[in-house]
Design a protein around this ligand. Structure first.
Ligand code: 13P
Length: 283
């Protein structure tokens, strides 16, 4: 199948009430784990690459790997730019064959975030590429700040409504207590806030930083309008643990015997998340 865009994937998810997993890739084994996991679950899937992944692997390698994988399978999948930092990066990705992009202006003042997002949306839509934007900042778990300070970064429902109307973005990433990386304690998502956002914003919502969020909270978030869920850290941990297991317990030096088990371990994470998100058998 050719790659589709997040528009097709997330509108169906929105109508049917589940979330599509967006998994970050940096190399071939991670991508294979994502695609094979989705195929075994008969699920739609989003392969996500950040600017860092592009710098590491090369934009053409990423695009060709994912297009090749898609051509060999029968599930709908997309190639998505995660956390696009600026207009130029987004344009490069669209030219390279990414079928969906994110522009992350969440670090900017509201009006500047609106202006940047709007500019990206106007161009991306002319070539049929949907745009994810972010409002409210995700504070890293490593940032030493109080709960009140953290809440100041959360997405404001009224602002979210205005933001979506003014930018015409297709999907909105929200900040409701989620953070990238490994959570120090139990993450506490602000479900009332999510509900308020969902009531006034009528596009699919996105949850970043989903590694480490308890299963029940993920299910609840999905019921409250989250249709795309991003996972990176749990794949990295599975990779690290599997490589460590082989390298520390044997003299193996064949990369295939080191990376193969890591690929299998990441595939299990992908499958487990897909089932949790409710997107199994939704291909
Ligand atoms: P985690 O690393 O917390 O899984 O978050 C991934 C993410 O949100 C990528 O954008």
């Amino acid at each position: 199948m050719v790659l589709v865009s997040n528009k097709e994937l997330l509108e169906k998810a929105n109508q049917e009430g589940y979330a599509v997993g967006a998994f970050n890739m940096n190399n071939m084994e991670i991508m294979q784990a994502i695609v094979e996991g989705a195929v075994e679950e008969d699920a739609p899937v989003i392969v996500a690459a950040t600017k860092g992944a592009i710098k590491y692997a090369g934009i053409d390698y990423i695009a060709k790997l994912v297009h090749t994988a898609a051509s060999k399978v029968d599930i709908p999948m997309s190639l998505h730019l995660d956390h696009g930092p600026d207009f130029e990066t987004v344009m490069k990705c669209i030219r390279a064959g990414f079928t969906s992009v994110m522009i992350d202006g969440s670090f900017l003042p509201f009006e500047e975030n609106v202006a940047l997002t709007k500019k990206v949306v106007e161009v991306a839509h002319t070539v049929g590429v949907p745009v994810e934007a972010e409002l409210g900042r995700l504070v890293g778990v490593e940032d030493e700040i109080s709960v009140t300070e953290r809440e100041a970064f959360f997405t404001d429902p009224k602002e979210a409504q205005k933001f979506v109307e003014e930018t015409n973005c297709d999907f909105l990433a929200v900040s409701i207590g989620n953070a990238h990386g490994i959570y120090k304690g139990e993450p506490k998502l602000d479900f009332d806030r999510l509900k308020e956002i969902d009531e006034v914003v009528h596009i699919p919502l996105v949850l970043h930083g989903a590694s480490g969020i308890p299963d029940d909270d993920i299910r609840r978030a999905t019921r409250l309008g989250i249709n795309k869920i991003n996972i990176d850290t749990e794949l990295r941990l599975a990779f690290r643990d599997a490589v460590r297991e082989v390298v520390c317990k044997s003299d193996v030096y064949d990369p295939r015997k080191i990376l193969g088990p890591a690929r299998d371990a990441m595939k299990e994470v992908v499958k487990t998340k897909i089932r949790l998100f409710g997107s199994s058998k939704k291909a």
